[in-house]
Every structure is written in C-alpha cells, then in structure tokens.
Design a protein around this ligand. Structure first.
Ligand code: G4P
Length: 532
C-alpha cells in the first residue's frame, strides 16, 4: 500500500496560474485542458469568462459564484500525471481568497503579457509565492504581437520580482515576424504557425539551433535571436533544480496561448520540473504526503451554486494519505466527525462524484457550516495545519439591519459569510454594532447583496471610523495571557473580537498604533493572522 501511495503522490502536480488581468490566464488554462485532453473543444472556459465580464454589474454576483465554483479546480491527466489546476480570482478586491488558494499549491505558473511586462497584480501575487518559497514557472505570452524585446523582459522580471530567470526557450522575432521559439535544451526550433486548431505534436520542428536553414528562412530575426542567446548563455546561470524549488530561479518559456503555441512545453515543464506534493507543517509536527493516514486542510469555502439550499462547499487540499468516499473524518477544531458521501472533484467544468483522492488533490465537501476556513481534517489525530493567512483589513464599515426583528438573521448571515472568508466580522467589546472589515471595496457590495438574497436581510452598511486593525497577542515570556488581559482591560473601547474570538485592536490612524506600541512594548501587533 505505501509503495502505491508513494507512487500516487509522485504523480501529482498541483499548481495555480497567477497573472495580471488580461495577460492570458483564461486562454492558457483552456489550452492546457485542451492539450491534456481534459476538454475536446476550446471555448468553454472562455465562454464562462465572457459571462463574468458581461456581468460587470456586481449585483449579478449569484450567477458568477455558481460559475466560479465549477471552474475553481480543474483536474487533468497528462503523461501519467494527475495535474490539479486551481483558479484564482482575477479581481484584486478578492486577493485574500487568492492568497489562501496559493497556500494549497506546490507550484505556480506566472503568465506575463509580453507587451506589458510585470504588472501590479503579478507583483503582489509573486510576493505571496516568494514568501512561501513556491516554485514559479514563467510563461511570456502574446509573442504574436508587437511586444517588448525579450532581453528587456527578462531583465524586468529579474529586477522587479527578485528571481533569476533561466530561459528554456527563446523567441525568434515578434508580431508578424514571429517565427517561433528556439528550444535551448532540446537544441531545436519550433516553428510558429498561427491558428487555434493545431493540437499537440503537429508543430514543425527544425533540428539544431545553429542549423543554417534557420538563417536562410528567418534571416534578421533569427540572427538577432541567436545573438541574444549568446548573451543569455554568458550571463544567465544554468538551471538549478534546488534554486527553482526554493522559488529563487524561474524557468522562462515564450509563446502565444491564443495560437496554442508554447502550451505543450508548459505542460511538459509542469510534469518534468514542478514538484510533487511535499511535507506540510502543522503545529504538532510536519506531515509527509505519503503517510498512510489521511489528513487535509480547508483553504477555501464557497457558497454552493444553489443559494436556496445554503450549503457550502469546503475545498480541502489533501495533505497526506488517501481519501476514500464514506470514510470517517474528524474536524479537529470542533471534534465533530464527518462522513462525507458526496465528495466532489472538479474535472474541467463538470462536477463529478469522487471515490478516492491522494495527497495533492483537491476535494470539495458540501456541508452546512460544519467546516471553516483553516480547518484540519484527520482520521482522528489532533493536528492543526498552519499557514492559512488572514490579512488585517484596511477598509471598515458598520452594519445594521433596517428591520430590528431581523437582527438574528443578520448575525447568522454574517457569521457564515465570515466563515467563508468573504468578509471579516468584528464584534466590538464595547457597543453592539457589528463591524465589517475588508481588503477590497467590492467585498462589501458582495456581502450586502448576499445578505439580502440568501438571508433575507436588508442591511445598512455605513462608513466606520476605523482604518487600521491589528491582532494582538502576548508571548509567554512577556507575561502571556495576564499581560494581554491587562492590555485588553485598558483598551476595551478600541478592541473587538473576530470570527474566531481573536482580540483585534481597531484604530483610526496609523500614528495611534505607533503610540500604543511604545506604551505596550510587551504586546505584539499583527497585520497577518494564521488560522490556528
Ligand atoms: P486573463 O484571463 O488573464 O484575464 O486573460 P484572457 O485569457 O481572457 O486574455 C485576455 C485577452 O488576450 C483576450 O482577448 C485573449 O484572446 C487575448 N490573448 C490571450 N493570449 C493571446 C496571445 O497569445 N496573443 C494575442 N494576440 N492575444 C492573446 P480579448 O480581446 O479580451 O478577448 P477575445 O475577444 O479575444 O476573447
């Protein structure tokens, strides 16, 4: 069994695509599914995105949530590997959700628009990956357009993102002179031909980067590319697996997703370079993926497609062992036992019932509020995985109901939305008005809309005077609980409890924080909380 399990783990690849909107994430996702055979015709992922775009009116959020549940996780088989691709929300107002998704992957594929280079959202997401040492593959897209020179792009990525870039392919020309890519490792050129219909294995290949035929055929652009490669070979270090796995070196590929060009190399790189699931840290110990017992962690909760039923799907990353349908799982936080019979996996846009899953896979467990973000599930062991981040909100609103008889529904609704991570809910220690905290403005709109449509509560969401939040703790050596209590008693007028009852300091100005820090040197103030 354990040899079989180890083999299953070795065949798993779990990754997310990160990019700035419009770089080509959706297009590339679709082409990866197409090239792996998971979908037969292009168009289905894009069609979903079109719906998303058309509904720029966020009050249409219902529909969108339905759509994104189905497309949140995609699984494909390629060259004997099971590849899990996790979608990340494109809009930066939902970046908290994205950060949590990134805790569930073992690698990331960064898509760069070759004309625009490194863009703000890419930079932010990269920071999160770097903080976790997530290995990153880079795909430079849209070479069929007028774009930046590849050397300049390479330099920009290195400078802006602080990684060493190792080109695996190099473009010959661009826009209407785009001739294809030179494959530096296979010593061949893959010739570009436009069009969406070409499938794997039908590209024209010319052997030998130095083949004189290439000069005859592509002339100036080939000579320029050959000259650039000389420079790159002198300046760039060789690919170093350890550096890549530590997130310090990124292999770079050039292509054009919309023309199916360069997609195969990316799929191959995922299999050949991206790591299988590794050990994951828990408070008690580190958990190896091929341990026989099942463990997993909830990194995302999403309301189900049918809001009338109010059930939710908890997305769980299998951290170790094997999941089989009908097995008993312990929710470590509450001590409750779950026996999920209708666990779903997500294959392209179809939702399918799942019989078994292995470390690295993502499973969806429908539940009615039994599971929360950050929950660890085991076969019985008391274990809590760490690393799921909650960020101190930067925007605050107070919330009241128009009809006081609905106060209970409001609280119930907000508790559930808080558990999903859609918003952070704070209960001030003094006073009874609830406070909402968000990282992006759109989160408030989504919450107001969902309160009304799912919980029948018309909520008044009003400006609040706070601008800064910090979770507060005190180390044992500094006085621990006692010192913390002293701080809380003295500051209860500006403290609140969050969804897991963690005390949080709420302030109007960043300047106040500095003053309080000086007065309370033993208290720690955190802008980031990890679920524990
Ligand atoms: P996103 O998910 O990262 O936001 O990007 P998406 O894939 O939707 O791509 C954004 C736009 O870039 C789309 O054009 C898409 O067709 C185009 N695109 C993607 N890859 C390439 C490429 O290799 N070359 C060129 N020239 N364009 C590419 P759109 O006009 O917004 O949509 P559509 O009308 O083409 O569907």
């Amino acid at each position: 069994m354990s040899a079989e399990l180890a083999e299953q783990v070795r065949q798993r690849r779990t990754f997310a695509i990160i990019s700035h909107p419009d770089a080509g994430k959706t297009t590339l996702t679709e082409k990866l599914l197409l090239f792996s055979g998971a979908i037969q015709i292009a168009g289905s992922v894009k069609a979903r995105k079109a719906t998303r775009h058309a509904t720029s009116d966020w009050m249409e959020i219902e529909k969108q949530r339905g759509i994104s549940v189905a497309s949140s996780v995609m699984q494909m088989e390629y060259r004997g590997c099971t590849i899990n691709l996790l979608d990340t929300p494109g809009h930066q107002d939902f970046s908290e959700d994205t950060y949590r998704v990134l805790t569930a992957v073992d690698a990331a594929l960064m898509v760069i628009d070759a004309a625009n280079g490194v863009e703000p959202q890419t930079r932010r997401l990269l920071q999160v990956c770097r903080a976790r040492n997530t290995p990153i593959l880079t795909f430079v897209n849209k070479m069929d357009r007028e774009v930046q020179e590849p050397l300049a792009l390479m330099d920009e990525i290195e400078r802006e993102l602080g990684m060493t870039v190792v080109p695996f392919t190099w473009p010959v020309g661009m826009a209407k002179f785009f001739g294809g890519v030179l494959d530096l490792r296979k010593d061949q050129m893959r010739v570009f031909s436009p069009g969406e219909d070409r499938v794997a294995g039908t590209e024209e290949i010319v052997d030998g980067i130095a083949n004189p035929l290439l000069n005859e055929r592509f002339g100036d652009v080939y000579q320029q590319a050959a000259g650039e490669i000389e420079l790159v070979r002198e300046a760039a270090p060789a690919f170093d697996e350890a550096e890549f796995l530590a997130g310090r070196q990124t292999p770079m590929f050039f292509g054009s997703a919309v023309n199916n060009f360069g997609v195969q190399e990316v799929l191959d790189a995922l299999v050949d370079l991206a790591p299988p699931p590794g050990p994951r840290p828990a408070i008690q110990r580190t958990v190896a993926p091929d341990e026989p017992k099942f463990t997993g962690v909830v990194f995302k909760i999403q309301a189900n497609m049918d809001p009338a039923h109010r059930d939710r799907i908890a997305f769980l990353r299998v951290a170790s062992g094997q999941f089989s349908r009908g097995m008993n799982l312990k929710v470590v936080r509450s001590g409750k036992t779950l026996r999920p019979n209708t666990v779903v996996t997500f294959m392209s846009q179809k939702r399918e019932l799942l019989d078994e899953a292995f470390a690295g896979d993502i499973i969806g467990i429908p539940n009615h509020g039994v599971l929360q973000l950050g929950d660890t599930l085991t076969e019985g062991e008391a274990l809590q995985f760490t690393g799921l981040p909650f960020f101190a909100p930067e925007l605050f609103r107070s919330v009241e109901v128009a009809d006081p008889l609905k106060t209970k529904q409001l609280r119930a609704g907000l508790t559930q939305l808080g558990e999903e991570g859609a918003i952070q809910v704070f209960r001030p220690m003094a006073g009874s008005v609830l406070l909402l905290g968000a990282v992006g403005q759109l989160q408030f709109e989504v919450v107001a809309h969902r309160l009304e449509h799912e919980y029948g509560v018309k909520a008044r969401i009003m400006p609040a005077r706070y601008n800064v939040a910090r979770w507060v703790t005190c180390e044992e050596a500094d006085g621990g609980e006692k010192e913390l209590k002293r701080f809380i008693d003295a500051n209860s007028h500006r403290l609140a409890l969050d969804a897991v009852d963690a005390p949080t300091l709420l302030l109007e100005y960043a300047g106040e924080l500095r003053a309080i820090q000086e007065n309370w040197p033993k208290i720690r103030f955190h802008a980031l909380r990890e679920h524990a």
